[in-house]
Design a protein around this ligand. Structure first.
Ligand SMILES: Nc1ncnc2c1ncn2[C@@H]1O[C@H](COP(=O)(O)OP(=O)(O)OP(=O)(O)O)[C@@H](O)[C@H]1O
Length: 272
């Protein structure tokens, strides 16, 4: 069997921005493959390059050097128009701020990418209705964003992102504006999309608990991927209680897998 094509891939990707006379190196040479059918979380401190990397994986932004491949296609070989079509058809975007049109209903919002792509309103609405049912909002299709909770609005945004059946769904802090319940609903939905429908999702998050629900975590630091690990592999390690803080720090702070701990030697007190 030929090797599976990665949903997206970067090869030695760098991105710098002019900042006065100096340049900010946002991404400093990242090579990574995003596996199909997985939920990948990109985490790391503010300013480490998470959103810049996500923008390049979604062909919103171009690298200063290096290659980005989406579905095996080198984005640099595409014309501007082809790149627009690739973004419109192959990539779904979800943002922290939902970005719904306030005067449009849930159905009209979810149908928008199809209508922009020339699909008839009737077909676009039918497909948007299916999408809204998939995210659990089949009964709220006529509601305006202002009549919905934050979690519901974000689910409309997910339906809108999925309506074109994208190869990859990119989400930048999708739970960042939500309370705990709303965040949990959105995460449950993303997990279902991956687990039941084989959707590929890449998500940027600050929240370590959210990241722990991903299949894979890419932890960035200073424009590079400092560690790449599977939270389930860490959770599956049968650990004595003394290892738990180390496992927590792998998910939380350091990004490195916990070092295997050697049991402390027992010291036997000498009797006087
Ligand atoms: N358009 C831009 N122009 C100039 N500098 C930029 C631009 N976009 C990002 N940067 C800089 O590049 C670096 C990485 O930014 P990026 O937004 O990718 O980080 P991040 O990890 O997503 O941060 P945060 O978690 O705060 O959103 C930062 O120093 C940022 O100020």
């Amino acid at each position: 069997m030929p090797p599976a094509i990665a949903a997206a891939e970067t090869r030695q990707v760098k991105k710098s921005f002019a900042s006065g006379e100096a340049a900010v190196q946002a991404v400093r040479g990242v090579t990574v493959s995003i596996h199909s059918g997985e939920l990948t979380a990109i985490v790391g401190p503010s300013g480490c390059g998470k959103s810049s990397l996500l923008s390049m994986l979604g062909a919103i932004d171009t690298p200063t050097s290096g290659q980005v491949l989406i579905g095996g296609i080198d984005v640099a070989t595409l014309s501007d128009y082809e790149r627009t079509l690739l973004r419109r058809r192959q990539i779904g975007f979800v943002f922290q701020a939902f970005n719904l049109m306030p005067t449009l209903s849930a159905l009209e919002n979810a149908a928008l990418p199809l209508e922009l792509d020339g699909v008839s309103q009737r077909e676009a609405h039918e497909r948007a209705r299916v999408g809204l049912e998939q995210v659990g909002l089949g009964k709220r299709v006529d509601h305006l964003p202002s009549q919905m909770s934050g979690g519901e609005q974000q689910r409309v945004a997910v339906a809108r992102a999925l309506v074109t059946n994208p190869t990859i769904l990119l989400a930048d802090e999708p739970t960042g504006n939500l309370d705990t319940t709303g965040g949990e609903q959105v995460m449950k939905l993303l997990r279902e999309l991956v687990g039941e429908h084989g959707q590929t999702v890449v998500m940027v998050t600050h929240d370590n608990e959210i990241a722990a629900a991903a299949d894979r975590v890419l932890r960035m630091r200073d424009g590079l991927i400092a560690s790449d690990y599977r939270p389930s592999a860490i959770a599956a390690v049968p650990a004595p209680m003394s290892v738990v803080p180390a496992a927590k720090s792998a998910i939380g702070q350091t990004g490195s897998k916990p070092a295997p701990q050697t049991p402390k030697k027992k010291t036997t007190k000498r009797r006087k």
